[in-house]
Write a protein that binds this ligand. Structure first.
Ligand SMILES: [Zn+2]
Length: 671
């Protein structure tokens, strides 16, 4: 047992190299077919098999029965070039870290002209090739470009980017990678079985993690553990003590404390980490690893089966339950904090203090106004709600009345003819066209559940509305950019009963919104639900404390927004210049000289749907035809307007282009 594990189990053929199939298979194929290059570049992290592969390549090239991907292992060359062999005079290994100067390169160049002594090829293995000085590289360049037939180069480097481009371009580049835990662990188990050493299964993940994906480092760690093992083999406690890896139990404690927001438990854990003699930095680094595992586990529940995670089954079960207790945004934020903390911990004289500060940052999302902290608070709120089983407000499960109250806002954007046949028979069918028209509705409903959730049903105040104001504006803006832009000017002042009071800075905006608040009301309903069961929202627009009626300003301004069917009927006297006299929000309606049947709905407040009058609302569409002159203002026409504009624009530009062609080239349109 004299030789170190990694030397004793150094691969002899490409087939024995683990975890680098993407490199070894094409190399073996090249050897098989004889398509050999005169220079190779093996790049990759340290300890993952570059130098071993370079030696294997030399062995494969020089085997008496070769070049072959499976060196015989019996001929003189194979024996000499075996991992425990004496070496061959024709295979020259150069460590560029110590021999990268121009003199070494010249020396190499001069000796390269001599033919190999006893082998087919003279193979130069240049390790740490990025350390060759540029003068050295230049001295080598000619040789690498046009070497004698019997000379082969293998450059190995951890930093292929630093290898001179002119040399790199003459080589076949094979990038080696870190070895995945899924490959390393079975390999370690096999080695231990061969060695006849008993190792507790929980030890392997520790070894793999300590090795960091490097076969050499991993085997060194295992070697050390085996060397210190007693008759009972390598036990988990001893591995933890030796490797300084944080005890999994402490990590579990910390994660549980973080998930519960339990500061006492978290600081208790830190105390135990220090008590047990663990390095706080190591603990933070392992905690980061654990958070990473939880993130992976959250995204890929079958992570263990897919080889993304390597942990004993009982630990996997614990981690799965931990992952469930965190929201994804929370986990990602915690990982960020620990990562930043690790950077700060580098070189600190008080690592414990820093660990405690990191802990404080993780525990107090409220002290942090970043988006991540905000998301974490939201997730916590949702979780708490789900935990207490509080009903998520009426919006999420509409009662039969809900569709009725909704018919009111629903009618406006609909083309006038279509609502009439649907309106009466059954409320559920009314909801359908709404769904068709508004494919964003599911999200809106989901939002309603989320955002309105913290409020108790029926207690919606201005704060609650402000909290979701952006949602509401977004909803309005999707339906009508114009109304959205106007609504954006408003500030939510208060919620007085069913009335949402909005404060404006400019009269023109207040008047415009007061003239057509239906879309906004619809949006508020979509996001927050009704103000109270069986009630409907109303909107009052105010200008420095005074209610504003839809005013004359909209005449000069952009097109007035969305006059609802009801408003139109309420103010028929002013039909030709509707916007100027449309009823003020909350004001008494203008008398109705219109000969068309004046229904009982006449004393309606503009903007506010009389509560619980779903039936009336349903009846209204039948009265719509007289309003036809106003169809240009119907919000349902808005998209059409846009399309028309686009067409016009396109036509205009086409015409312009044709005109230009005619003028400059005398071109004529064909057909
Ligand atoms: Zn051989």
């Amino acid at each position: 047992m004299g030789l170190a594990l990694y030397r004793r189990y150094r691969p002899r053929t490409f087939a024995e190299v683990i975890g680098q199939e993407h490199v070894t298979e094409p190399l073996m194929q090249a050897l098989r077919t004889g398509r050999l290059n005169h220079a190779y570049l093996f790049s990759g992290p340290r300890g993952c098999g570059k130098t071993s592969s370079a030696r294997i390549l030399a062995r494969s090239l020089n085997c008496e029965r070769g070049p072959t991907p499976e060196p015989c292992g019996e001929c003189d060359s194979c024996v000499a070039l075996a991992p425990d062999g004496s070496g061959s005079i024709d295979v020259i290994e150069i460590d560029a870290a110590s021999h990268g100067g121009v003199d070494d390169a010249r020396d190499l160049r001069e000796r390269a002209i001599f033919a190999p002594v006893s082998s087919r090829f003279k193979v130069y293995v240049i390790d740490e090739a990025h350390m060759v000085s540029s003068a050295g590289f230049n001295a080598l360049l000619k040789l690498v470009e046009e070497p004698p037939d019997y000379v082969k180069f293998v450059f190995a480097t951890t930093e292929p980017d630093k290898v001179l481009g002119t040399i790199k371009s003459r080589t076949h580049h094979y990038p080696f990678r870190l070895i995945t835990p899924g490959v390393l662990r079975p390999y370690l188990e096999k080695l231990c079985a061969i060695e006849g050493v008993k190792v507790e299964p929980a030890v392997f993940p520790l070894v793999v993690r300590a090795g960091g994906g490097s076969a050499r480092d991993t085997l060194s760690v295992l070697d050390q553990l085996i060397a210190g093992a007693g008759p009972e083999g390598v036990t988990y406690p001893r591995a933890v003590a030796l490797l300084g890896v944080t005890d999994v139990a402490l990590l579990d404690e910390m994660c549980d404390a973080l998930a519960a927001g339990d500061g006492a438990a978290a600081y208790g854990t830190i105390d135990r980490v220090v008590e047990a003699g663990h390095d706080p930095r190591r603990f933070a680094s392992d905690l980061l690893g654990r958070l990473r595992d939880l993130i992976v586990l959250q995204q890929v529940p079958d992570a263990a089966g897919k080889g993304l995670l390597d942990a004993p089954d009982d630990e996997l079960t614990r981690m799965a339950s931990q992952a469930q207790r965190f929201g994804p945004a929370t986990l990602s934020r915690l990982a960020d904090i620990v990562h930043d903390g690790l950077t700060e911990m580098r070189g600190t004289t008080a690592p414990r203090l820093l660990l405690e500060l990191i802990c404080a940052r993780m525990l107090l999302p409220g002290a942090d106004d970043s988006a991540g902290a905000l998301l974490q608070r939201l997730e916590r709120m949702e979780r708490r709600l789900a935990a207490t089983g509080e009903p998520p407000t009426p919006t999420s499960t509409p009662t039969p009345e809900a569709p009725q109250t909704r018919t009111a806002p629903q009618n406006q954007p609909e083309p006038q003819g279509t609502t009439a046949p649907q309106s009466k028979p059954e409320p559920p069918s009314q909801a359908e066209p709404q769904d068709d028209r508004d494919n964003g509705e599911p999200q809106a409903a989901a939002v309603a559940v989320k955002t309105a959730a913290p409020e108790r049903p029926g207690v919606l105040d201005a704060v609650a509305v402000r909290r979701v104001w952006e949602e509401i504006l977004g909803y309005v803006g999707r339906k009508s950019r114009r109304v959205g832009a106007v609504a954006r000017e408003a500030t939510v002042r208060e919620v007085a009963g069913d009335t949402l009071v909005l404060l404006f800075k400019h009269r023109v905006h207040a008047e415009m919104l007061a003239g057509g608040p239906e879309l906004l009301i619809e949006a508020v309903y979509e996001v927050l639900g009704p103000p109270a069961p069986d009630r409907a929202w109303q909107v009052r627009c105010e200008l420095s404390g005074q209610a504003v009626s839809p005013g004359t300003a909209s005449d000069q301004g952009p097109k007035p927004p969305v006059p609802p069917a009801q408003s139109r009927r309420d103010a028929p006297a002013a039909e030709p210049d509707w916007p100027t006299t449309a009823p003020p929000g909350g004001a008494a309606p203008a008398p109705r000289p219109d000969p068309s049947p004046a229904p009982a709905t006449a004393p309606r407040k503009a903007g506010g749907r009389a509560a619980g009058n779903g039936r009336k609302a349903a009846a209204e569409p039948a009265e719509e035809p007289p309003d036809e002159p106003y169809e240009g203002f119907d919000p349902g026409d808005e998209p059409l307007d846009d399309v028309l504009d686009e067409q016009t624009v396109r036509q205009t530009s086409e015409e312009q282009a044709l005109q230009l062609l005619r003028q400059t080239l005398g071109a004529e349109q064909i057909g």
